[in-house]
Design a protein around this ligand. Structure first.
Ligand code: FAD
Length: 390
């Protein structure tokens, strides 16, 4: 049975960062992944260009049962640290929007960078090596794979979440946590498009392809000013992906299509203009037509509306309600909400409080970032702090 100082399960963003850091400290590190390629999610992220971090990373951009948990790791390994690493490797990048940083060329640059860091630190990476079982052994662990058995002093679980099952996502990390008596919070898809209720599907399906800037609002008070996109399956776009992480089944979401006050001002300027003509100056015409067809609006010359009617139209468009039928689920979700309860882990090292030498990093734990590079930054930060101690 081969003995290692550290075994990392998962050659994804968090696992590779942790392995490189531990290797730099002289630890003998083995990374095991059941996939055929290293960093598969990195490769498909950001439309193939990997949105690797965000200039505005801060703890408020993360959903976690314990909102304070992320502070320490994010402060010790910041977006600026990761940007410095990217620059050290000569990777060209740009800010797309809202602080989101993407590779100019390809996400492969980020994978190559992590592999180079691991190589320089003497880390061994084995692919097609599914970890099937872990048992305590002395002060460390025995790790069973489909091939060779291994033992290690420290075990790092970096198996990610459940999204994109086609590229290797597995519940293994959650099962392992439960096996060692750690609480795992219920998981659900996040950063995911909404599907529609059957009645909305009929009236909104024709809007497929329509996109517009909105403010999406959840019942719990989260708000995101981003784009809404109607698709043939429902609604998507960054506004929807963001708000989906704050949505619970049965709840409504609201979209601010038009700011309150704009319509009342128009009556004096264009009293003879029809409502639908005026609205089409600000909203896509196909959306205005759909709102009329759904009976949400009645179009007539603006001067014919009473103040009360105008106020009601404004209110409706300032908080256009939609009750999603559900989400598209893990098949298209970018992340998994929930996971290993952070109360079970040290926020400084990611070590399980009850199980010495067992660590959880990255998406497998109950930490989920907003859309825009925040999830990778969590993988880098949690992986880095863990790499300093394993
Ligand atoms: P992963 O990267 O998921 O790595 C986990 C690894 O563990 C996998 O390689 C898997 O094969 C391996 N594994 C699992 N079980 C086992 C087992 N039993 N044995 C061996 N190996 C195992 N975030 C951003 O910040 N910016 C983006 O641009 C972005 N784009 C995304 C696009 C898509 C389509 C998706 C799905 C996600 C995107 N994300 C993005 C989210 C981001 O990819 C994840 O949050 C991040 O990859 C999590 O890193 P991780 O290392 O924790 O897990």
């Amino acid at each position: 049975m081969q003995a290692w100082d550290v075994i990392v399960i998962g050659a994804g963003a968090a696992g590779l960062m942790c392995a490189a850091e531990a290797g730099k400290r002289g630890r003998r590190v083995l990374v095991l992944d059941h996939g055929k390629r290293i960093g598969r999610k990195i490769l498909m992220s950001g439309g193939g260009r990997c949105n690797f971090t965000n200039y505005y990373t801060e703890p408020a951009a993360y959903l976690c049962g314990n909102p304070h948990f992320v502070k320490s790791a994010l402060a010790r390994y910041t977006q600026w640290d990761f940007i410095a690493l990217v620059e050290k490797h000569g990777i060209a990048y740009h800010e797309k929007t809202l602080g989101q940083l993407f590779c100019d060329d390809s996400a492969q640059n980020i994978v190559d960078m992590l592999v180079a860091e691991c190589d320089a630190a003497g880390v061994t990476i084995r692919l097609r090596a599914e970890v099937l079982n872990v048992e305590p052994m002395g002060e460390g662990f025995a790790v069973t794979t489909a091939g060779e058995p291994y033992r290690c002093q420290s075990l790092v679980v970096a198996t990610g979440g459940l999204s994109m099952p086609k590229i290797g996502a597995s519940p293994f990390g959650y099962r392992l946590a439960e096996q060692f008596g750690l609480k795992v919070l219920p998981t659900r898809a996040g950063l995911v498009p909404f599907t529609l209720q059957p009645e909305d599907k009929q009236t909104l399906e024709g809007l497929s392809g329509v996109s517009l800037p909105v403010v999406a609002k959840s019942e719990c008070g989260a708000r995101f000013a981003e784009n809404l996109l109607f698709t043939h399956r429902g609604v998507s776009g960054p506004a929807v992906l963001q708000i989906s992480s704050y949505w619970q089944p049965g709840q409504r979401v609201c979209f601010e299509l038009l700011t309150e006050g704009s319509l009342s001002g128009a009556v004096a300027d264009s009293p003879n203009q029809e409502l639908k003509t005026w609205l089409a100056r600000y909203l896509p015409k196909r959306l205005v037509d759909a709102l009329l067809a759904r009976g949400e609006l009645v179009s007539k010359p603006l001067k014919q509306y009473t103040h009360k009617e105008l106020a009601a139209i404004e209110q409706r468009l300032a908080a256009w309600p939609l009750q999603p039928g559900g989400t598209e689920g893990y098949r298209t979700a970018e992340v998994t909400l929930g996971g290993v309860d952070t109360n079970e882990l040290s926020s400084k090292t990611m070590e399980a409080k009850k199980v010495p030498n067992l660590y959880f990093i990255g998406e497998v734990m109950d930490v989920t970032g907003w859309l825009g590079g925040y999830n990778f930054q969590w993988a880098w930060s949690s992986g880095w702090v863990c790499g300093q101690v394993v």
